[in-house]
Structures are given as structure tokens and as C-alpha cells.
Design a protein around this ligand. Structure first.
Ligand SMILES: CCC[C@H](O)CC(=O)SCCNC(=O)CCNC(=O)[C@H](O)C(C)(C)COP(=O)([O-])OP(=O)([O-])OC[C@H]1O[C@@H](n2cnc3c(N)ncnc32)[C@H](O)[C@@H]1OP(=O)([O-])[O-]
Ligand SMILES: NC(=O)c1ccc[n+]([C@@H]2O[C@H](COP(=O)([O-])OP(=O)(O)OC[C@H]3O[C@@H](n4cnc5c(N)ncnc54)[C@H](O)[C@@H]3O)[C@@H](O)[C@H]2O)c1
Length: 721
């Protein structure tokens, strides 16, 4: 059934016209809605039987803002005329400058353009817990319906810049205290209270306030400049590679110096420049890509319903098990934590307590909620209580025999409906389940460390895993505030496999004579939070050494054998865990590059002997980025080719959430498509001629480059799912 969308107007006997937006699910401001609003406001302004106007949204939501699909159309076509003229024609002229008072009746949410429409009204009446904010910067643009001008005038400049630059929304309760909301009323009274407020303004019992004309909360010019100076520093820190934060501050300043209307005009001009930026393209792609991950063919579209998961057993209370337990407890799921002996069990429980305490001390959790979460945890040393759990997540050490024997045991002690998940990062799920008759309920639940903080959950589907089990795990993932991405079974799954060349390429460059600290710094300037060497320190070099042979067995044709990790470990440097790796780690200070590592690097260079003519290779920063990230793109191509992910955009989200690949670059595949498959292919081909198989372009990349196709264009599927 086609969804009903549009704008309606009903005029009551009291002379109030109620204009209602209907565009499920979030009442986004699509072109027909904007056209409908213009028409209804014109009509209401002209009609003699209308004294005042109330603007509201249908189904308990005011509006989630401008329709983001339009940005995507603009990105595809480059056609700016698809953007409707709103900020002057509708918002200033028909709404704010109307002779008839307009009151916004806000429930659920008013975000982006939604809040901007509400701010152009002459008062705002809201229901409790409505979400209010201007999140446009997360999409690479700035507010474009006058929000940069009206929010500072309603809540003060410091609060407004904080909300806009950090894309932080507030609840209507806080909005009421700040003056953004004029009255807070129960949802059932929202319309009647708004009508009354509108009539009170019309009859002069309440003031007729136009937000853009207000100056009472802006302060003096020197005060404003001081606040904007701080904002510029904040922008530099949080968004060094993005244009929209600085541009937004400029626009706000224009309004402070030359008046709100001048600010509105500049806002419209800057908006049009930003909407076409690569940053906006990347961020808008990520917005839709993240939502697309919840659509899994033959799982979410076949009428199945997720079964309730109330109690989960976790086997292994080490780094991962304790993190996963924390995430489940915080979402009110009961957890049985199993360990091998009392000492390890207590250690595991203490880690969970420390995770939860950390959240309380950072103000992210109340003491009450922390107590409630911990009351749901029970430590055990055997399987007696496993009979009524809905799901088991195994997180013991990476050992095939151990995992196989655990799953064989689980099959006996758990009920037949119980989901049997493994957090393995490298072992084939089919091998783990080999000795069982429960292959249809065995699934990978690959969390990323620290599991209670990282949002990606790779759900690994073997050829036997049932659709119901996938759906159940997706629902658990969402319940614990993760973003589940369903992937196929292969060594390293989607993220670790795609990024295994990341460290390898860095080692090759170092062995070619490039300074390793420079490599890290170039990669962090590109936008990844940690360069490959610092990331290696964080994971621990012991792990790197242990998983190397597993990868070599299947991807050996494209591995670079660097002795550097082994040499590092020999000299007692396991990374952050023991305070020394490539960097020195001291409590309370930032990691410091350790110059003593350079002699180890020299030893490695002697062993590999790959420097051309024995001399360090000189490379530009651009070459460093290409030599490290193009092999990653090449592996991403193989992941796409083999159908390890359902769609290319899933790999983008997985790279953003699992590897912290910069979201403003849209994820690894999106970025590669922006750079150009042909260029990447040619660079890799040339590099492979000099340095061998590590850089050899994959068949998929070659094919796409030759045909002039994008890597993300849908493939003739050999999907594993
Ligand atoms: C010139 C313009 C100036 C203006 O200043 C610019 C803006 O306003 S920019 C906008 C500023 N506003 C924002 O940045 C707000 C962006 N939106 C959000 O943050 C969340 O969606 C929201 C909190 C609203 C609901 O969360 P939730 O309940 O977890 O639900 P969910 O997230 O799963 O979404 C459900 C469905 O709704 C869809 N959809 C949602 N919003 C929009 C939209 N604006 N448009 C189109 N579609 C939108 C979403 O794709 C999904 O579709 P599907 O096909 O079912 O996958
Ligand atoms: N460390 C990471 O960053 C990371 C990330 C994703 C996945 N993984 C995977 O998660 C799993 C666990 O890794 P980790 O880093 O937490 O290891 P860890 O060594 O920190 O913890 C493993 C725990 O399992 C316990 N254990 C062993 N046998 C057991 C048994 N029979 N019953 C109960 N407990 C038992 C050990 O006592 C230990 O406390 C591995 O499969 C690993 O590949 C690790």
C-alpha cells in the first residue's frame, strides 16, 4: 500500500488553522511536503476565518528534517535546482513574517529542518521527552532553513554553537529551561494548549515574538567574538578535515555582525556550496548505508519475527567476554559468565565492574542503572545453568580444538532452541561446528574491542546458519546498541580481512626506508585515528604474530613477510599492554615515539634488503596513503567479488565502525570510487611490477577499471549468503 504523504489544514470554529505534516516514518520535509506547506500557509494567511495557526506533525513526530534523499539525488546529478527555496520564501515570509501568529506543537522529535520550522514559529509548545536538535553537520552541510541564526537567538550563542557543532540534541525539558520551548504539556493536551497559545498571541495576551529579530540572548559583539573564537578552536580539534564546521561559524558570525536576515542569506549561499562537497557525499552515503544494513535478503524480508533473548551465557571472561557481558547487561539482558576457575572468574567479573564504573565516572551511566546492570550478572564454573539460556556467546582463546569441544558440549547442555555463537576472529565457523549436529544454529558474533564501546557487530553466517538465528542475533545487536552487519564466512570475515594489508603495507614501506612515525602521522592526517604502527601496539604484537600464519595459509600469495614484529617481541615490546611497542606508553601521558625502535627497524631492513640500491626510498605523503590504503581497497574488491558482504555499502559501514575509517570519506569502497578504480588499478599495477604480488591488482579491480565501472556497482552475485 502506498504511504499517504502530504500537508493538511483544518480550520476550527475558534479560528485556528491546524497545519499537519504527514510523511511517515519521520515526517521528513520532502519536496511535496514543502510545496504543501507553502500552499497551506499562503491559504491560512489569506483566509478571513483564520486568526492564528498551529503547525504540527502526524503520528507523534513533528519532523525529522529535510528529506535527505534529495541530497543523494543532488549528489548523483549535480543538479542544485532539486533543492527547494525554503529559508526566505516559506520560513521568513510566509511563517515568521506572517501577520497571524504561528505556534509549533512539537512531539517526538524536531530535528534539522524540523526544528528550524519550529523556531520560525512565534512560540513552541512541546510534549515531554521530545528530541530537539540541528544534526546537519553530521551530513556535511549546515542548517539551511535559518537554524544558524534562530537557535543562537533563542538559546544563546554558546549553547547554540555547542549544539550545532557537536550535533547534540536536547530534550524538550532542557529546551524549556533554555527558552527554546515556551511550554511543556502532556501529549494529550498538546494541540489544545498550542491553539490556546496561538489565540493568546493573536489577542495580545501573549507577546508576538519573531525569533530572527531577537537580540536579547546574543550579548555584546566582543562577547560573541570570544565565544566564536572558542568555537573555531573546537572545530579545529573535532573536524580538522571537514569544511562544514568552520563554514557554519562564519555564517553564524555574519548574522551576529550584520543581522539575522543577512545571516539567513549567507546561510543559503554556503549551504549550496557545502551540499556538493565530497564530505557531504561521504556522510550522506554513510547515513543511508548504515540503515541499509538492517535489510538482509531472505532474513528480514520473509516474515520471520525475532525471538526474545532474555538470558545469555558467555564462555570466557577475558578481554572480549567481559566487554560483551557489559554490553548485554547495560541493555537489561541477564548474563551467565563462565570461566575455568575462581581466580579467572573473579578477574572477569572485576573487568565487567570496571567497565561499568568507567561509564559512571564519565557521566554516561547513573549509579542506579549501574547497580541494576550488575545485579543481572552471575558467574559460574560449569554448565549446570545453561539449560535455560537463549543464547551462548563463546569467547575463549583462539584455539580450534578447544572451541570444537566447547560447541560439542553446548549441544548437550543447552536447549534445542538456544543460539550458539562464537566470537572467533579467525577460525572458520564450519570448522568450529564440525563435530556437532547443530550447524543451523551456529553463528559468528564478532565483536570489536573494547566490546562495550565499539558499535560494530559482524554477524557471520555460515552456509548452514538459519535465517531465524541471524534475525535473532540482529535483534540482540540492535537491543545492545550495536550496528549489526551480516557477513559471510571466510578468514578474517569482512573487516579484519579487508584491513589485513593495512599493517603489512606499513611494514613494507618501513622496510623500504620510510620512517614509521611519519607513516603513522600521514595516516592520521588522512583521518584514521591511529596509524598502523600505533594500532599494532594497541592490539598487541603477540596477536599479530599468532594470526599471521592463519592469514598466510589462505592469502599467502599477497602477504609481505616482515621480520619486524618478531624482532620487536624479541626485544620485549608487546605494545601498549606492557608499556612498550613502537611507542612508549606511560600512565597519564600520550604515547611517545620511541627512538630506540629505530635500531630494530634497521635490523629488519637488513634482513629484508628491499631498499632500492640499498638506499631509503623517498616517497611523498600521497604515495604513503596510496601504498597503504590501495592494497586495502584491493582486498575489499576480493571481499566484494566473493560475496562476503551483501552490498558494497555494508563494507563501508563495517570499515567506518570497525576500523574507524573516516565517515566523511564514506567508507573504504565509497572512498575508492571517489578516487577512481582506474587510477587505483594503474597505481597498484605499477607498484606490483616493482614490489611483487603484494600489490597485484585483483581480478575484480582490473575488470572494473577496464570497464569504467565503480567498485560499488552491484555485481553478478556469487554471494556466500
Ligand atoms: C536545505 C535543507 C536544510 C536543512 O537544515 C537540512 C536538514 O534538515 S538535513 C536533515 C536533518 N535531520 C537529520 O539529520 C535526522 C536524521 N534522522 C535521524 O537521525 C533518525 O532517522 C531519527 C532520529 C529521525 C529516527 O531514528 P529511528 O527511529 O531510529 O529510525 P531510522 O533512523 O531507522 O529511520 C527510519 C527511516 O526514516 C528515514 N529517515 C530518517 N530521517 C530522514 C530524513 N531526514 N530524510 C529522509 N529519510 C529519513 C531513514 O532513512 C529510515 O528509512 P528506511 O527506509 O526505513 O531505512
Ligand atoms: N582481543 C581482541 O581484540 C578480539 C577481538 C575480536 C574477537 N576476538 C576473539 O575473542 C576470543 C577471546 O579473545 P580474548 O582477547 O578475550 O581472549 P582472552 O585470553 O582475554 O580471554 C579468554 C578467556 O577464556 C577463558 N577460557 C578458556 N577456556 C575456557 C573454558 N573452557 N570455559 C570458560 N572459559 C575459558 C580463559 O580463562 C580466558 O579468561 C578469541 O576467539 C579471539 O579471537 C578477540
Amino acid at each position: 500500500m502506498a504511504k499517504k504523504i502530504g500537508v493538511t489544514m483544518e480550520v476550527g470554529n475558534d479560528g485556528v488553522a491546524v497545519i499537519t505534516i504527514t510523511n511517515p516514518p519521520v515526517n521528513s520535509l520532502a519536496s511535496p511536503i514543502i510545496a504543501g506547506l507553502k500552499e497551506k500557509f499562503q491559504d491560512a494567511n489569506q483566509r478571513n476565518d483564520v486568526k492564528a495557526i498551529v503547525l504540527t506533525g502526524n503520528n507523534g513526530r513533528f519532523s525529522g528534517g529535510f528529506d535527505i534523499n534529495v541530497f543523494q539525488q543532488v549528489h548523483k546529478t549535480g543538479d542544485l535546482s532539486l533543492m527547494p527555496e525554503v529559508s526566505v520564501e516559506l520560513v521568513c515570509n510566509l511563517m515568521e513574517d506572517s501577520r497571524k501568529p504561528v505556534v509549533a506543537a512539537v512531539e517526538g522529535l524536531a530535528l534539522g529542518g524540523g526544528l528550524e520550522l519550529a523556531m520560525a514559529c512565534h512560540a513552541r509548545v512541546a510534549a515531554p521527552k521530545a528530541q530537539l536538535g540541528l544534526p546537519e553537520l553530521t551530513l556535511g552541510v549546515i542548517p539551511g532553513f535559518g537554524g544558524t541564526q534562530r537557535l543562537p537567538r533563542l538559546v544563546g550563542l554558546a549553547k547554540a554553537t555547542d549544539m550545532i557543532l557537536l550535533s547534540k540534541s536536547i530534550l524538550s525539558e532542557e529546551g524549556h529551561k533554555l527558552g527554546l520551548v515556551d511550554a511543556l504539556v502532556p501529549p494529550g493536551d498538546l494541540l489544545s494548549a498550542s491553539r490556546k497559545w496561538a489565540l493568546d498571541i493573536a489577542d495580545g495576551r501573549k507577546p508576538f515574538l519573531r525569533s530572527l529579530h531577537r537580540t536579547d540572548k546574543i550579548g555584546s559583539l566582543s562577547e560573541a567574538r570570544a565565544i566564536l573564537k572558542n568555537s573555531r578552536q573546537l572545530a579545529k580539534k573535532i573536524a580538522p578535515n571537514m569544511p562544514q564546521h568552520h563554514a557554519c561559524i562564519e555564517v553564524i558570525e555574519e548574522g551576529i555582525v550584520h543581522g539575522g536576515y543577512s545571516g539567513v542569506l549567507k546561510e543559503a549561499e554556503v549551504f549550496k556550496q557545502l551540499v556538493l562537497s565530497d564530505t557531504a557525499k561521504g556522510l550522506v552515503h554513510v547515513f543511508f548505508a548504515q540503515r541499509a544494513t538492517s535489510k538482509v535478503p531472505n532474513v528480514t524480508d520473509v516474515g520471520l519475527k525475532p525471538r526474545p533473548i532474555k538470558k545469555v551465557a558467555i564462555i570466557g571472561g577475558g578481554l572480549m567476554g567481559s566487554g560483551i557481558a557489559t554490553a548485554l547487561l547495560l541493555s537489561n539482558i541477564r548474563v551467565l559468565l563462565k570461566e575455568i576457575n575462581t581466580e579467572y572468574l573473579m578477574k572477569g567479573i572485576k573487568s565487567v565492574e570496571a567497565n561499568i564504573k568507567g561509564l559512571v565516572s564519565r557521566g554516561k551511566l547513573t549509579q542506579d542503572k549501574a547497580g541494576k546492570a550488575l545485579s543481572l550478572l552471575k558467574g559460574v564454573l560449569d554448565y549446570t545453568e545453561f539449560k535455560d539460556v537463549d543464547m551462548v556467546i563463546e569467547a575463549v582463546i583462539e584455539n580450534i580444538q578447544l572451541k570444537q569441544s566447547i560447541f560439542k558440549e553446548l549441544e548437550k547442555v543447552c536447549s534445542p532452541h538456544c543460539i550458539l555463537a562464537s566470537n572467533t576472529s579467525t577460525i572458520d565457523l564450519d570448522v568450529i561446528g564440525e563435530k556437532t549436529n547443530s550447524k543451523d544454529r551456529i553463528v559468528g558474533a564478532h565483536f570489536f574491542s573494547p566490546a562495550h564501546l565499539m558499535t560494530l557487530l559482524e554477524i557471520v553466517r555460515s552456509k548452514n546458519t538459519s535465517a531465524q538465528v541471524i534475525l535473532d542475533l540482529m535483534a540482540v545487536g540492535k537491543a545492545i546498541k550495536k550496528v549489526p552487519v551480516v557477513v559471510g564466512n571466510c578468514i578474517g570475515f569482512a573487516v579484519n580481512r579487508t584491513f589485513f594489508p593495512y599493517a603489512q603495507a606499513a611494514h613494507m614501506l618501513t622496510n623500504l626506508g620510510v620512517d614509521l612515525f611519519r607513516i603513522d602521522s600521514v595516516i592520521t592526517s588522512f583521518g584514521l585515528p591511529l596509524g598502523p604502527f600505533q594500532l599494532g601496539d594497541l592490539a598487541g604484537h603477540g596477536i599479530g604474530l599468532a594470526v599471521g600464519p592463519i592469514y598466510a595459509k589462505v592469502y599467502g600469495d599477497r602477504m609481505f613477510n616482515s621480520p619486524l614484529t618478531e624482532l620487536l617481541l624479541k626485544s620485549g615490546r608487546n605494545g601498549k599492554i606492557n608499556g612498550r611497542g613502537f611507542y612508549i606508553y606511560e600512565k597519564g601521558s600520550k604515547p611517545k615515539p620511541d627512538p630506540q625502535v629505530l635500531s630494530i627497524v634497521e635490523e629488519s631492513r637488513k634482513l629484508t634488503n628491499i631498499m632500492p640500491g640499498g638506499k631509503p626510498r623517498s616517497v611523498s605523503d600521497k604515495e604513503i596513503v596510496e601504498m597503504i590504503l590501495f592494497p586495502v581497497v584491493n582486498e575489499a574488491c576480493r571481499v566484494l567479488d566473493e560475496g562476503v558482504v551483501i552490498r558494497a555499502a555494508d563494507l563501508d559501514i563495517a570499515s567506518v565502525l570497525g576500523m574507524s575509517f573516516p565517515s566523511y570519506r564514506g567508507g573504504i569502497v565509497f572512498w575508492a570510487d571517489m578516487v577512481g578504480p582506474k587510477y587505483i588499478y594503474e597505481r597498484l599495477k605499477r607498484l606490483s611490477e616493482t614490489y611483487g604480488g603484494f600489490f597485484k591488482p585483483s581480478r575484480y579491480l582490473e575488470e572494473r577499471a577496464m570497464k569504467g565501472m565503480l567498485l560499488s556497482e552491484s555485481q553478478s552475485s556469487r554471494s556466500r549468503m
